[in-house]
Design a protein around this ligand. Sequence first.
Ligand code: ACO
Length: 336
Amino acid sequence: MTGAGRTAVLAGIGSCVPDRIVTNDDLARTLDTSDAWIRTRTGVGERRFADAGAATSDLAAAAGILALKSAGVAEVDLVLLATATPDRPCPATAPTVAAKMGLDTVAAFDLAAVCSGFVYGLAVAAAMIESGRAQRLLLIAADTFSTILDPDDRTTMSVFGDGAGAVVLRAGTPDEPGALGPVQLGSDGALADMITVRAGGSEQRALGVLPDTADAYFRMAGKPVFMQAVERMTAASLAVLRDAGRSIAEVDRLVGHQANIRILHAVADQLGIDRDKAVVHLDRVGNTAGASIPLALADGWARGELRPGDCVLLTAFGGGATWGASVLTWPELATP
Ligand code: ACO
């Protein structure tokens, strides 16, 4: 398929979370927190942490294999991995994932947009397909935040979990179910310090900052992130619906970045979307960073919360700061 009207179409989905469940009561054994506080303030009931020895690439490869099965294909032209917790700073993790999946010498690269990584990845994937540079590709979003959380920081420990979600996108036409609509993206680098891991990059080395273990941990300024997340996800959602020529009333399902139940409800309220239309997965897996949207999609599809023909609005906010939104009509997909 070539030429104008060529669109990226969702053809398969897969997901993977580690087996190890960490409950709020488990956290309360070592931290000054409680199940009641975490449930009320975040909506998280439990999360999954990867076992020692399991890296981001392991979760990503497992989700990717299931997505290929769901699409009924064995090969893709590109593996694109959205992650903020790569296996190491250099080289990229996507080639490792492709190798673990047995995808031979396929093109593979990483994309870093933290919790907005999946939506950014959709935009890149769509551009590759629309331009004819790829016929079919695998977009995986995977994170193991348990590897960068400060075990003494109750704020971040109570929110984040590990996981991976993957989708296969293929060339198709805009009128097909699963055809990806417009994508809205934005960033504000002035807010970089709001969500950060200070150590491990060139900045501290360039400044001659001495290594400090505390800087190797993930830090988040919860309150401002909360407010920015609501504002940016709402604005991006409105913009993408306008671009798609669709109204709020047409939205059947809101799949927002699973940051906090209060954020999901606030975005729904500001958009004028019934809260019941928000797909909620964070109660069982927490905030899985870049993986949260494809994990919520996979879970929503498996549980029958997403139905073929549904108008699904996706929106995310994350470190950078970055944000984005997209919209699609949900297709019939095989569950691997
Ligand atoms: N248990 C008990 N008390 C806690 C906990 C906890 N787990 N965490 C924080 N507190 C305390 C704080 O220390 C503070 O105590 P103080 O008043 O004595 O100083 C109090 O609760 C209130 O703290 P806030 O930070 O104001 O709590 P808030 O209600 O805002 O909840 C949270 C914190 C859950 C982090 C919230 O701000 C949030 O969800 N922020 C957004 C996260 C997000 O959107 N992330 C997405 C992007 S992340 C990414 O890109 C990787």
